[in-house]
Design a protein around this ligand. Structure first.
Ligand SMILES: *[C@@H]1O[C@H](CO)[C@@H](O)[C@H](O)[C@H]1NC(C)=O
Ligand SMILES: *[C@@H]1O[C@H](CO)[C@@H](O)[C@H](O)[C@H]1NC(C)=O
Ligand SMILES: *[C@@H]1O[C@H](CO)[C@@H](O)[C@H](O)[C@H]1NC(C)=O
Ligand SMILES: *[C@@H]1O[C@H](CO)[C@@H](O)[C@H](O)[C@H]1NC(C)=O
Ligand SMILES: *[C@@H]1O[C@H](CO)[C@@H](O)[C@H](O)[C@H]1NC(C)=O
Ligand SMILES: *[C@@H]1O[C@H](CO)[C@@H](O)[C@H](O)[C@H]1NC(C)=O
Ligand SMILES: *[C@@H]1O[C@H](CO)[C@@H](O)[C@H](O)[C@H]1NC(C)=O
Ligand SMILES: *[C@@H]1O[C@H](CO)[C@@H](O)[C@H](O)[C@H]1NC(C)=O
Length: 415
């Protein structure tokens, strides 16, 4: 087959199957990224940094359309808006994702794309802030589904400050997708091989986080009772912990992993290495119950710079705080079936009231929480997780509608 025919074949193939390709992170345009020397990094036009796709570079320019001038949008399906200065200096182009498949641009071996990244300053969130009453949908569409511009029953989300990218566990589709903030569709980074327990499949995901060391994802695959690591551009995950019903994950600043164990009513700590090793129980572990030294089906965990652990103590309807080495916890506050717990740089604690589907906050001065998002009914739909960008805008995952909404912060009342 001639090269043109081969390419045509791949393009056609990619129109009917969801493509899988590798992304580049923080690499300049045209950086080699594949064993195929005709492939290189093409930065997304929508991201401020250099993240993009690893794609075949030498397409016939006459086949490519320009992206929309206003919002870097491509209305052709299966294209992404990228910079390709040799073809068009002033306008970004809609590039077929079929040109970025692993068949065409196989992985470079050894992988050598981890670059040091600057630390992104996070803005303080003052006592008097508020958030927009209505959100803007930043991922997903009006109907949930399987297409790349849709989500189905999303649960955990995380926001990568380095690349301004949302990571979404698209649970109903058994995959994890990333979504640029002004993007119209997601890109698959893990799974998408049907629900199942093979290492290239995912089940029902309860939580995930990004290991800042290498950008890999650590995933609680609750349905399969396992925790897996999915490296950048990998085709499958590696099982870190097996036979554990995990509901929440956190990393401390030294890279220790904290795991909320649903069935064991405790938070355990693990040392990541070539082989993961169990360190100790850091909260609960005294059977199921509502005493201060107990937990009851914890659903999420957060750890701060002092290794203080915050727990969404789901079936006890409360948020707990355990300082390192403590024999019992302190009650931060009560709310119905809390689904997440998060602390910001200013010491404010956030959670989701799962029963009323709303986001609440305790400032360091508060005894009682304040509803910050979802005070009006139907603002959120089965909210399951939240994430912040560096300005304090909040993303909320709506399991019910299959959408991720962004609520802008309003600092006008801050001193
Ligand atoms: C690009 O495609 C156009 C239209 O199909 C064709 O006329 C032209 O010769 C092609 N150019 C190259 C360099 O292949
Ligand atoms: C881009 O154009 C320059 C100058 O013509 C050329 O040397 C280079 O190889 C081109 N790079 C790619 C990736 O097409
Ligand atoms: C989604 O719904 C909104 C409000 O009903 C409507 O304005 C918008 O056009 C819809 N979008 C799509 C892609 O159907
Ligand atoms: C994986 O799933 C298959 C089919 O449901 C089942 O037979 C098998 O026991 C499972 N394997 C593990 C390790 O759970
Ligand atoms: C990790 O486990 C493997 C298999 O059990 C073993 O061969 C290897 O030495 C272990 N590595 C370390 C650093 O303990
Ligand atoms: C850690 O504890 C010290 C002393 O209590 C406190 O000043 C500091 O703010 C705490 N740091 C975090 C990240 O909570
Ligand atoms: C907190 O809530 C309780 C119960 O609703 C109420 O009695 C108490 O006055 C509140 N405390 C503050 C400081 O608002
Ligand atoms: C900010 O909150 C404090 C404490 O409730 C209050 O005294 C102050 O008036 C508020 N400032 C503004 C600008 O609303």
């Amino acid at each position: 087959m001639s090269l043109t025919l081969t390419i045509l074949f791949i393009v056609l193939q990619s129109l009917f199957a969801l493509t899988k390709g590798q992304t580049c992170r923080n690499l300049p345009v045209y950086t080699p990224c594949s064993t195929n020397p005709n492939c290189g990094c093409l930065p997304f036009s929508s991201s401020n940094d250099q993240s993009g796709i690893c794609a075949y570079l030498h397409l016939n320019a006459s086949k490519l359309r320009m992206c929309s001038e206003t919002n870097y949008y491509c209305d052709q399906p299966y294209t992404v808006c990228v910079h390709h200065p040799n073809i068009s200096i002033d306008r970004p182009l809609c590039y077929p994702t079929g040109m970025a498949t692993l068949d065409l641009c196989p992985l470079l071996d050894p992988i050598s794309t981890v670059f040091p990244l600057p630390i992104i300053p996070v803005e303080e969130i003052c006592f008097n802030v508020s958030w927009a009453k209505r959100g803007i949908t930043v991922a997903g569409s009006n109907f949930s589904g399987t297409a790349l511009d849709q989500l189905r029953g999303p649960t955990a989300i995380l926001f990568d400050l380095k690349t301004n990218t949302l990571y979404i566990s698209d649970n109903g589709n058994a995959r994890i997708v990333t979504w640029q903030l002004d993007g119209k569709r997601g890109s698959i980074v893990a799974g998408d091989n049907g629900q199942g327990n093979r290492t290239d499949q995912l089940g029902w995901i309860s939580d995930m986080l990004m290991d800042p060391k290498d950008g890999s994802l650590i995933i609680c695959d609750a349905q399969n009772r396992r925790i897996i690591r999915w490296s950048l551009r990998a085709q499958e995950g590696k099982i870190l912990i097996d036979k554990l019903y995990c509901t929440g994950l956190a990393l401390d600043d030294q890279g220790l992993l904290y795991v909320a164990e649903h069935d064991n009513h405790r938070i355990s700590r693990w040392i990541l290495g070539e082989n993961i090793t169990n360190d100790q129980v850091v909260a609960g572990g005294n059977g199921k119950g509502n005493r201060l030294d107990q937990l009851y089906e914890p659903s999420a965990v957060f750890v701060d710079g002092n290794r203080t652990v915050y727990v969404a103590d789901y079936s006890n309807d409360r948020i707990m705080k355990w300082t390192e080495g403590a024999k019992q916890g302190i009650i931060i506050g009560s709310l119905r079936v809390p689904r997440t717990v998060h602390l910001d740089q200013s010491g404010n604690i956030y959670s989701i009231d799962g029963y009323h589907s709303r986001v609440v906050r305790w400032t360091p001065k508060d005894v009682n929480s304040t509803v910050i998002i979802g005070a009006q009914q139907y603002t959120l739909s089965q909210a399951t997780d939240l994430a912040f960008d560096q300005h304090g805008n909040v993303f909320v995952s709506n399991h019910g509608t299959g959408r991720i909404d962004k609520f802008d912060i309003d600092r006008s009342a801050c001193p």
